[in-house]
Design a protein around this ligand. Structure first.
Ligand code: NAD
Length: 545
């Protein structure tokens, strides 16, 4: 038990380094990138308990921008490995969940300092190589957001522990924030190293034990996360990393009676499938599992005729094309008033002509490759569809080249049909579809907002650009349910931990707001303790007299 009531350090967002020419961080990152690129191919094992397990089934890890290059291999596990990971987690559970909070907090605070300090260049370089991010996208994700998640969540956990009920005469009431009774399954996407680290970490921070399955296309940076967890002092068995086919893992996990929670980020279709499977197995479980999932988006930018064109175009470019549009929050459908469209299109053309594309090793490249062959083919299919469609055309970009890496030019599609395929479906690539609306009356803006609200099944992020305050007010009200993260005169991407808690509803997830206290409460099962200091000794109430 703690011998004091401790205050964890007050969290401050990790400053984003500039990587400007001549800066020390630029030199360090480049030399780390090159060292990782040139080193002998590595072998990534599975981390199960205190074992580092490899199998004969090796998968190649290659940078998206150079698919012929072998960075290393990771071992594909089987259902036996998943079962072993569950057993290791459950063995670690009694000691870990009983460990005094300040020790768990110290481990994750140390992990944050390792991420922001000695591991910064390595985790950024690994993210550039594994997911094809440029240095800035890697920095805001792998270094800053990951460190922020760890530090802020420790702070929010302290605040949660401090939430205690009132007591009355002769009674002392307390609430304990227990870990869930069982293990948590963390399933993470390829696109954010920070999310990969946070999903298992936040559950473990609250005393849970975890089986973590990273995405196949993120394993190269996932192994750096495991290195950091190890060095920070996460005990063996608390976070077990298994690399295997998703359904293989799911099949074992969802049939286990000790399955107590799913912490998922990924696509909507996969999440719905997992939820359904959990529902089918409900009677198997000792406790109702917590289901937390942050999923897809079809994020909008709505411009009012009073919008500032340069600010709008900057938001469209950054929002739609940074990290090749592979952000759940990426702007992918835009609604532009007819009166502004000629200027918006012209400015987009001029600005986009200056954007270069290539390897993240060249810091001059704003755009890099998309994650893998599957993504390349899918995105190319949407572009081809627009090129052939009667109600859509490609007005900027459209080029695709997979000869060296999976490169897709930032692309703008113009459609006359507000329900055109790429206005509705998540593409997850550098494709922005624009619908130009008639703005001759205020009524038309009002009607447009209803259209925006009803167009897609998602409700993750959205932005409105207007100088007219009445337009901002109307849009905020009409689009109340259309986005969990709503932006006024800013791009819909780039949420910062502690500042814009992130998540959406409808088809976009359970909206449990990663990086906030709202998420932490899902990983605890509170126990209320009422202690009578002087217990009654006679059953007769006064009214009986
Ligand atoms: P994905 O759904 O293809 O994969 C996510 C994870 O689920 C991977 O680890 C994958 O191996 C695993 N998986 C797939 N099928 C499974 C199964 N049957 N059982 C168990 N695990 C299974 O997603 P992705 O391509 O890695 O990531 C992109 C998606 O993630 C996009 O839809 C994006 O919008 C979403 N995303 C959402 C947020 C958010 O906060 N809302 C953040 C990042 C990414």
């Amino acid at each position: 038990m703690p011998h004091g009531t401790f205050n964890v350090p007050y969290p401050i967002n990790e400053p984003v380094l500039s990587y400007a020419p001549g800066s020390a961080e630029r030199e360090e990152l480049l030399s780390t990138y090159r060292a990782l690129y040139n080193q002998k191919p590595i072998e990534v094992p599975m981390y199960i308990g205190n074992q580092r397990l490899t199998t004969a089934d090796k998968k190649v890890m290659s940078p998206p921008h150079e698919h012929g290059k072998v960075l290393g291999h990771f071992s594909y596990g089987t259902s036996e490995h998943v079962a072993m990971a569950i057993e290791s987690a459950l063995e670690a559970r009694p000691a870990w969940s009983a460990l005094a909070w300040e020790h768990r907090a110290a481990i994750f605070l140390k992990a944050a300092d390792l991420v922001a300090g000695p591991y910064r260049a390595k985790i950024n370089a690994a993210t550039m190589l594994s997911q094809g991010k440029n240095c800035f996208q890697a920095e805001i994700d792998a270094a800053c957001e990951f460190a922020d998640f760890l530090r802020f969540n420790v702070f929010f956990a302290q605040e949660l522990h401090a939430q205690q009920p009132e007591s009355s005469d002769g009674i002392w009431n307390r609430v304990e924030y227990r870990a869930l009774e069982g293990f948590v399954f963390a399933v993470t996407p390829f696109n954010f190293t920070a999310i990969s680290g946070n999903l298992p970490a936040v559950a473990a921070m609250m005393g849970n034990v975890v089986v973590w399955k990273p995405s196949d296309t993120q394993v190269y940076s996932a192994q750096v996360i495991m290195e950091i967890f190890q060095e920070a002092g996460v005990p063996d068995g608390v976070i077990n990393m298994v690399t295997c086919d998703g359904p293989v893992a799911g099949d074992v996990v969802f049939k286990h009676p000790a399955f107590a929670g799913l912490h998922f980020t990924g696509s909507t279709g996969v999440f719905r499938h997992l939820w359904k499977t959990i529902g089918e197995n409900l009677s198997t479980y000792r406790t109702y599992p917590r289901i937390v999932g942050e999923t897809g988006g079809k994020d909008f930018v709505v411009a009012h005729k009073s919008a500032h064109v340069e600010a709008l175009v900057t938001a469209l470019i950054r929002g739609a094309f940074e990290f090749q549009g592979q952000k759940c929050s990426a702007a992918s459908r835009a609604y532009i008033p007819a009166s502004l469209w000629p200027e918006v299109l012209e400015t987009l053309k001029v600005e986009m002509a200056t954007m270069s594309m290539g390897s993240p090793e060249d810091f001059g490249n704003f755009v890099n490759a998309v994650i893998d062959r599957k993504a390349f083919d899918k995105i190319q299919g949407y572009i081809a569809h627009a090129q052939d469609a009667d109600d859509a055309e490609v007005v900027i970009g459209g080029g695709c080249d997979d000869s060296i890496g999976y490169f897709i030019e930032p692309t703008v599609v113009l459609t006359s049909n507000p329900h055109y395929k790429s206005m509705v479906e998540e593409i997850f690539g550098p494709v922005l579809t624009v619908y130009v609306y008639d703005d001759t009356s205020e009524q038309s803006f009002d009607e447009l907002l209803t259209l925006v609200d009803n167009t897609s099944e998602y409700a993750l992020t959205g932005a409105v650009f207007a100088q007219d305050r009445y337009a901002l007010d109307l849009a905020s009200r009409r689009l109340e349910q259309a986005a969990g993260n709503f932006y006024l005169n800013d791009k819909p991407t780039g949420a910062v931990v502690g500042q814009q808690p992130f998540g959406g509803a409808r088809g976009s997830g359970t909206n449990d707001k990663a990086g906030s206290a709202l998420n932490l409460v899902r990983w605890v099962s509170p126990r209320t303790i009422k202690e009578a200091l002087v217990s009654p000794t006679n059953y007769r109430y006064p009214f009986l007299g």
